[in-house]
Design a binder for this molecule. Structure first.
Ligand code: MOS
Length: 674
């Protein structure tokens, strides 16, 4: 590398595609103009369980090209994900499941015809409520992605019986819904037996492979373009039914077909965060050191397949205790399959654990930061986050007693909670090419969900090539580019950056003008110990003494996330996670109506997420750690998810400190304070 080139990694570069996005030039999946486009509108099942006998449509409906249902839909070749076997069976497994697709020459015609379609359905009794005494509960073989469902170290019962101080508490978190700004959307068109798809997703390579399987095509006959994505939070990690339906309808009608989900459909069709019930028992020694943890988690999955969330997995490594037990039980319900939502497992699991720890600290009369410090010996990064975070937040001198600070009508309280998320990298490949005029092109089938991934890859490439960022062109968002792993699990930058580093380094060292670098073999060889990012969240809340309104007046996060590749986009990731954590603490809740077997608040008017006015003072900072090349060549850990881990607990702990009321059922609402 030349010594005259300033390093791009570590610079607060603005998103390269920012001007295209704010000027409207950037195209999202549903925005690619087509000749003679057609539009598909999904007819959702009105019942959670039953059998579809017939779909009756009026042949006089104008502009309707097709009404597809299992009685007439072409047979699909197969799918690993049963939810992608759309219109293939008469079984209805959840309310909102697509039972038909109306395809019409205009969106309005499709929507209208879908609304007046007659469904002949035999409804059956349904079962939609997660309870700890549900007879259908079972212990899955593994929880996501491949952890044992149960663990035991030492003798937790004996340790709890011997502990001078214990807490035994049950927390619950509701169903939560991924609500990216851009709903899922697909345009599909066939050229002979080649399928071209514009799709909003987190994994163009994976979606292309899945569509090839579903339609029985060789992988090279499917191309998925995912140039810009307006968020995903896990819900776009795999192909969703809209992609299959669009391709199916395009095949039947011979026209390009768009299937864009309306916001309401997002609440049943793209996954959600499972509700959880978590019993946590903690024991501590007389010196206030944690001695025993038992964390038992209950969650749900669907009739279609087993999604077993790893709720209690973070509890296995967060604190050093001699006696520990964790377990997961799952029940199949007549509900949509839960899927990934930002920090699946860690977010609800740590919400409960970190609130329970606050209860233990209170019972012991030990400061909650100090309690964590005493038991986090195995995780030095966490220890440093707690110490530095407490210092920067101004924790010292806090009166531990609840309901003591008042400012006019407002009770004021502060709370703390820990955060962790695994640092992962997955196999990917990148191609680097010298364009001959001092410029370079780097290509990888990555997806940028708005996080700044494209920009960070340009920074990584520029440093490896020893040129300014302006001389690097990044091509992503196309499955025909070298295959990339999912933009999920906070692993995107680490995985793709590794491949980009390899390709650029080899290009520079070899003097060739094109290099393809694949990390698959490297990662297979390097079976390494799981590493983690850590964080500490601090919250100050104000609670109106008259109305019970809760405001988060300060939210602060201190992170150990390895080397920060771009402080501007990283800060946004941390803050976004923390704001979503605020939503989990105070606003978000899928409200179940067991009689109809569905969540009743299925739009953003009734499913509340934080708005700008909810965010007052919010800050994220990080430890300035030297690059750790044991992790990956950049020394980075993931940053996409850790902001939502722990921040909900910090807020609920602050609500208790402000008011003396311990809310154990998320979210905290004013009616629960009365
Ligand atoms: Mo994240 S829930 O792995 O996109």
């Amino acid at each position: 590398m030349t010594t005259t080139t300033p390093r791009a990694v570590g610079a607060p570069l603005a998103r390269l595609e920012g001007p295209a996005k704010v000027s409207g030039a950037a195209r999202y999946a549903a925005e690619y103009p087509q000749d003679e486009p057609a539009y598909g509108w999904i007819v959702p099942s009105p019942v959670p369980r039953g059998r579809l006998n017939a779909v009756l449509s009026d042949p006089a409906e104008e502009n309707v090209l097709a009404v597809l249902w299992y009685g007439n839909a072409p047979e699909l070749a197969g799918a690993d994900d049963p939810e992608l076997a759309v219109l293939q069976s008469d079984r209805i497994s959840y309310r909102g499941q697509p039972v038909a697709l109306v395809v019409a020459a205009s969106l309005e015609a499709a929507r209208h015809a879908a609304q007046v379609v007659q469904l002949d359905i035999t409804a059956e009794d349904h079962d939609v409520e997660l309870r700890t005494d549900h007879p259908g509960l079972y212990t899955p073989e593994k929880v996501n992605p491949a952890f044992p469902a149960e663990t035991a170290e030492g003798d937790v019962e004996a340790a709890l019986a011997a502990a001078p101080v214990t807490v035994d508490v049950t927390y619950s978190t509701p169903a939560l819904h991924n609500s990216p700004m851009e709903p899922h959307a697909t345009i599909a068109r066939w050229h002979g037996d080649e399928l071209l798809v514009y799709d909003s997703n987190q994994h163009p390579s994976g979606v292309a492979a899945t569509l090839a399987t579903v339609f029985g095509l060789p992988p090279e006959r499917v191309r998925v373009i995912t140039e810009h994505v307006g968020g995903g939070f896990g819900s776009k990690g795999t192909a969703r039914p809209n992609a299959v339906l669009a391709a199916l309808a395009a095949r039947v009608t011979g026209r390009p077909v768009q299937v864009a989900l309306p916001r309401q459909a997002m609440f049943s069709l793209v996954g959600h965060r499972t509700p959880t019930i978590q019993r946590i028992r903690l024991g501590a020694g007389p010196d206030g050191t944690l001695t025993a943890i038992d964390h038992q988690a209950y969650s749900q999955t669907s009739r279609l397949f087993e999604f077993a969330e790893q709720t209690a997995v973070a509890t296995r490594h967060m604190y050093a205790v001699p006696d520990r037990r964790t377990g997961h039980r799952v029940v199949r319900l007549d509900m949509p399959t839960p899927r990934w939502m930002r920090a699946p497992g860690e977010a609800p699991g740590m919400a409960a654990l970190e609130c329970a720890l606050d209860e233990l600290a209170t019972t012991l009369g030990v400061d909650p930061v100090e309690l964590r410090i005493r038991s986090s010996a195995g995780n030095p990064g966490y220890l440093r986050c707690l110490r530095a975070g407490a210092e920067r937040f101004g924790w010292a001198g806090r009166d531990p007693r609840p309901a003591r600070r008042r400012d006019g009508d407002w009770w004021i309280g502060t709370g703390v909670a820990g955060a962790t998320y695994p640092a992962m990298a997955q196999p990917s490949a990148a191609r680097a090419r010298a364009l001959g005029d001092g410029r370079f092109e780097v290509a990888i089938a990555a997806a940028d969900l708005g996080t700044g991934a494209r920009t960070v890859l340009a920074q990584i490439a520029a440093d490896e090539l020893g040129v300014p960022v302006e001389r690097v062109r990044i091509r992503i968002g196309d499955s025909t580019l070298p295959q990339a792993s999912v933009a999920g699990g906070s692993s995107g930058s680490a995985s793709w950056g590794w491949a980009v580093t390899g390709a650029c380094r080899e290009l520079r060292e070899s003097g060739r003008d094109e290099v393809l670098f694949d990390t698959t073999e490297l990662l297979r060889r390097g079976e390494r110990e799981q590493r983690h990012a850590f964080g500490a969240h601090f919250a100050e809340v104000r609670v109106d003494a008259v109305t019970g309104e809760i405001r988060v007046s300060r939210l602060y996060g201190m992170y150990d996330a390895g080397r920060i590749l771009n402080p501007r986009t990283a800060r946004s990731q941390f803050l976004g996670g923390m704001i979503m954590g605020m939503g989990m603490a105070l606003h978000e809740e899928g409200v179940l109506d067991p009689s109809v077997g569905a969540w009743v608040n299925h739009d953003l008017a009734e499913y509340h997420i934080p708005a700008h006015a909810d965010v007052e003072r919010i800050e994220a900072e990080w430890l300035d750690e030297p690059a750790d090349e044991q992790l990956n060549p950049m020394g980075s850990k993931g940053i996409g998810e850790i902001g939502i881990v722990g921040s909900p607990a910090a807020i609920l702990n602050a609500v208790w400190h402000a008011t003396g009321v311990r809310i154990r059922d998320f979210p905290a609402r004013l009616d629960k304070l009365l």
